[in-house]
Write a protein of this length. Sequence first.
Length: 271
Amino acid sequence: MEWIRNKTVLITGASSGIGRALTEKLVRYYGCRVIGIGQSEEKLHYVKTNLTYMTDFFEYRAFDVSQEENWDLLAMELKEEGRKIDILINNVGTLPMLQRITNYKEDVIRETFDVNYYSYRYAVNALLPIIRESNMPGIVNIVSADALVPLLGTSAHSESQAALLSYSKSLVAELGREMYVGYMIPGFVDTEYFRNQYKTIDKRLQKRLKLTPEKAAEKISRKILKQKVRGLIGRDAKFMDKFSRLFPALSVKWYEIKVKHSKAKLFENVK
């Protein structure tokens, strides 16, 4: 049974990357009604128009997900309108400019945690009473594989993702008996995630990011369809997971060596 068919799904980070691809997948293939959340109203509007004859299946809200009051206002609005949400997919994320761990400014760390960790908590806390009213509720968090093994220069990001991974496991433990709760861990995906870097990602490294947003969305949607609690998305995520569990110390050192010997301009600032 395709339990997600015709459900109402709220997706954060829906304006681009995996969030956009998931939106299109759920609308076109499963007839879901999607509420997309993002910061760029222009990009969200483009997602809507790109759905052509299915534009009525998508609506959006443009606001800063890192502000708790925005989530409280959204929940109040949905309750007043008698709207329902069956599934929450937390997908939003930010990758600050790659730096050595001692060079990160504290405001950058806080901003990264606000988006990558606290926004997930805010969304769940505000929307859980609404989600619980569904006859088949669900919560899914998208967690970067950087939570498994931090790459050199990504400490701010990996710290926030590690916190998100722990939070997701806690949600499974505490809410898993009353609803479907899962977390998906994609590896490197060719998205706009590197847009904050002082040097853009070069073509050689881009070729290694073999997983497209559409392919990632396909794999994630299949995991959700099967109500998988944990999903590793992409070969690199599976490798990082196994390597880090078998050789926790060696895996960090191995990635450090790989970055230091990399010719990609992206890593010039952290070698």
